[in-house]
Ligand binder design. Structure first.
Ligand SMILES: NC(=O)c1ccc[n+]([C@@H]2O[C@H](COP(=O)([O-])OP(=O)(O)OC[C@H]3O[C@@H](n4cnc5c(N)ncnc54)[C@H](OP(=O)(O)O)[C@@H]3O)[C@@H](O)[C@H]2O)c1
Length: 338
């Protein structure tokens, strides 16, 4: 079979296509023939060596979906022919998060990921898919969608009538937008581009702010909310957006701290948080149980993941370049099986 490994060179890192023997599942393990994978901003961080460890030789990417084609002994949840997706934290199946789950995040620099024709993982690391989602759509979900779900619904307690601020039109942002609209919340979207904002409007966002032409977007958001601010922020930008996110949080509001699009280490002034009796929720993707509950919601509300572009399996380098260019809306997908 073929798979990709991250290789480091004098002129930077690359995903390098390699031959490998077909892996056999051991006891408790399940092998999946991968149909599609998707890229996340995190995959750029891992490739650039920003994430923990060097990652040399690791199989990249956390997100993939396919069909079970072999099972080891003592496998009880899944059988050959089942359609599944990978769960981002291999070992976080349910319950509270533990720090030990972190190093086994798929496609990080310490644990192999899923950009391969066949992937073997413990059976607990696979999520069974509903018939309503094809492999391409399912491959968009493990990181971005679960993160948005965990942030807004599980920890954020989002309800009809709430107001959500979404930053940008990438993967996490658009899933956040779609979940919030399905729940009856009002959605304000920030974007660098009016064309992208028009796409967000078509998905149900009612309020749109271009942060290039309106750099003081916090003032615009306060105006849109009659000065009250928003109940939820999906904070994706980091240092360059954090203070403005705090400036717009409303009474009892919740900021989900998620992203690093403008770098690491925000140093915000927390006075408004205290004054508003608001909370910051630290979010790192989510568990398999979050993923499974989210799949029920996606089926019930007929949510279709927004796929920007699909790349062929031998064109992975261009898929990375496309994500880095940040002209996309929604998710960038790789078709693994033709
Ligand atoms: N904590 C976690 O578990 C977790 C999980 C998933 C993702 N993340 C993080 O969340 C962020 C988004 O991830 P993703 O995979 O959804 O990324 P993505 O699909 O690559 O989204 C990138 C988009 O973000 C928008 N953006 C860039 N700079 C911005 C800024 N200053 N203000 C507002 N929007 C900005 C741009 O959209 P526009 O052109 O429309 O502005 C850009 O196209 C990343 O930092 C990622 O590392 C964290």
């Amino acid at each position: 079979m073929k798979l990709y490994r991250l290789t480091r060179h004098a002129d930077g890192a690359r995903a390098t296509l390699t031959d490998a023997p077909l892996p056999e599942p051991k006891a408790g393990e399940v092998r999946v023939r991968i149909a599609a994978a998707s890229l996340n901003y995190r995959d750029l961080l891992v490739r650039d060596g920003v994430a923990k460890g060097n990652g040399e030789g690791r199989i990249p990417l956390s997100d993939a979906a396919g069909e079970v084609d072999a099972v080891g002994v003592n496998v009880h949840r899944l059988a050959v022919g089942d359609r599944v997706a990978a769960s981002f934290f291999r070992d976080w199946t349910d319950g509270p998060f533990h720090a030990r789950y972190m190093n086994a995040a798929l496609g990080g620099s310490l644990t192999d990921g899923v950009l391969a024709e066949h992937v073997v993982l413990p059976e607990h690391a696979w999520v069974r898919l509903p018939d309503t989602l094809d492999a391409m759509a399912a491959a968009t979900l493990p990181c971005a969608a679960v993160t948005a779900w965990h942030a807004l619904v599980v920890r954020g307690g989002l309800r009809a009538g709430d107001t959500v601020l979404v930053q940008g039109t990438g993967g996490v942002a658009l899933f956040g937008l779609q979940f919030a609209v399905a729940l009856g919340a009002r959605v304000i979207v920030l974007s660098s581009s009016d064309d992208k904002l028009a796409r967000a409007r078509a998905l149900g966002a009612t309020d749109l702010v271009n942060y290039r032409t309106t750099p003081e977007w916090d003032a615009a958001v306060l105006e849109l909310t009659g000065g009250a601010g928003v109940s939820h922020v999906l904070e994706l930008g980091g240092p360059q957006t954090y203070q403005r996110a705090l400036n717009v949080i409303g009474a009892g509001g919740r900021i989900a701290q998620i992203g690093v699009l403008t770098g690491f280490g925000p140093q915000p002034n927390l006075a408004r948080l205290q004054g508003m009796n608001a909370d910051i929720l630290g979010i790192t993707v989510g568990s398999r149980a979050h993923f499974e509950n989210m799949l029920g919601f996606i089926a019930e509300h007929r949510i279709t993941p927004v796929i920007d572009r699909v790349f062929a399996f031998d064109d992975v380098e261009n898929a990375y370049a496309h994500l880095r260019a940040a002209t996309h809306v929604g998710k960038v997908v790789i078709r693994v099986r033709a």
